[in-house]
Design a protein around this ligand. Structure first.
Ligand code: SAH
Ligand code: SF4
Length: 356
């Protein structure tokens, strides 16, 4: 395992096995997470032999930034290359009023959990080329550290809404959440982390039993099995009713509100009928609803409904007493949804015989 996948206990055990005194683990963790030093040779209060051993056992395998788009105060995307050459992306979002209200000092990182995705939702860039592999806990944690380092911004909110299905990489996800949350680690409050899932019912139940108060967002996208099943293959395995039952249990166990994400796709799920059914389901589990006009993905046929239709959908929810928001950004960002930047770069890499 690489250094960033290790918990405090892991470090204590490892360093004790190397004959080090008990306080070493805290020193190492302070260098990594508080001082943000990654070069073992710079850790000046560690004995030279230990630094050498760390260097041998944990050669730096950082994420390497190979592309960045956007600028300060806008959404910024970072494309990273992993040690084995695979590409993932992380997104830094300044304040996200559409998603989380008007809190203005909120800076959110959208983190990837896998390379590609096996769930193949018909509208999504991440699923287009299938699943390559799970990210390690360290690769998940490193996205946070690297985006803070690259941007110079302090990040106080985490959403697992990047590439991949976080619940399908459950063990590494929980390990990473533990490290991101720990006072000896990154120190982000669990309530400031949101796991988004396409609806893996057994994992929703598992997460419900975890003591951590992480938030849950459900990628709903269809209020009936017919509509949802058409765009999300996972719905065949875990249909709407089973998903809602798992949400009910989650809410009861956690005493926490969850969020339904609902991408508005023209002529697919944007009818008043879908809005009315969605309102009923959101009320049943007391969920908030985030409406997200679909972002076009190169190579996919889908589009977003016009603004009048988007507003009408929102109004039906609000009139039914549901707390709902609609993302209203005007420009179609060509690489706005996670997974799209990687896709573009992989295409251009495939077209040019030059290694990036
Ligand atoms: N696999 C998880 C988390 C990653 S997707 C999940 O599906 O929830 C994060 C969110 O981005 C999901 O709600 C997903 O449906 C949405 N998304 C994917 N492609 C999109 C697109 N082209 N436009 C808008 N949102 C999109
Ligand atoms: Fe995977 Fe989520 Fe994209 Fe569906 S929406 S293909 S689950 S990343």
């Amino acid at each position: 395992m690489e250094a960033l996948s290790l918990t405090k206990t892991d470090w204590e055990e490892r360093l004790a096995a190397w004959g080090q005194p008990a306080y070493r683990a805290a020193q190492v963790l302070e260098w990594i997470y508080q001082r943000r030093v990654r070069d073992w040779r710079e850790m000046s209060n560690l004995p030279a032999v230990l630094r050498e051993r760390l260097e041998t056992e944990f050669p730096a395998a950082r994420l390497v930034k190979i592309r960045e788009t956007g600028a300060r105060d806008t959404t910024r995307k970072f494309l990273f290359r992993l040690a084995d050459g695979q590409l993932i992306e992380s997104v830094l979002i300044p304040a996200s009023p559409a998603l989380y209200g008007e809190a203005s000092d909120r800076r959110t990182i959208c983190i990837s959990s896998q390379v590609g995705c096996a769930y193949g939702c018909k509208f999504c860039a991440s699923g287009l080329e299938g699943w390559k592999r799970n990210l390690t806990a360290g690769e998940i944690v490193d996205q946070f550290l690297q985006v803070e380092a690259e941007s110079g911004e302090k990040i106080n909110n985490i959403v697992f809404m990047g590439m991949g299905e976080p619940m399908a990489n459950y063990d590494n996800l929980l390990r990473a959440i533990g490290i991101l949350n720990a006072p000896w680690g990154v120190g982000v409050g669990a309530r400031h982390m949101t796991v988004s899932t396409s609806g893996l019912v057994p994992r929703i139940r598992d997460l419900g039993e975890q003591p951590l108060q992480v938030r849950l967002a459900i990628s709903f996208h269809g209020a009936t099995d017919d509509v949802r099943g058409r765009i999300m293959p996972v719905n065949k395995k875990y249909p709407v009713e089973e998903l809602l039952a798992a949400c009910e249990d989650y809410v009861r166990l956690k005493k926490q509100r969850l969020t339904f994400e609902f991408i508005l796709i023209r002529d697919i799920n944007d009818s008043p009928e879908q809005a009315r059914l969605l309102a009923r389901q959101a009320r049943r589990v007391n969920a908030k609803v985030n409406l997200i006009p679909y972002n076009t993905v190169e190579g996919l046929e889908w589009d977003r409904p016009d603004e009048v239709q988007q507003e009408a959908f929102l109004k039906i929810l609000q009139q039914a007493g549901i707390e709902a928001t609609l993302r209203r950004e005007k420009v179609h960002d060509i690489a706005a949804a996670c997974g799209q930047l990687r896709l573009q770069v992989e295409k251009s890499v495939a077209e040019t015989p030059v290694l990036i």
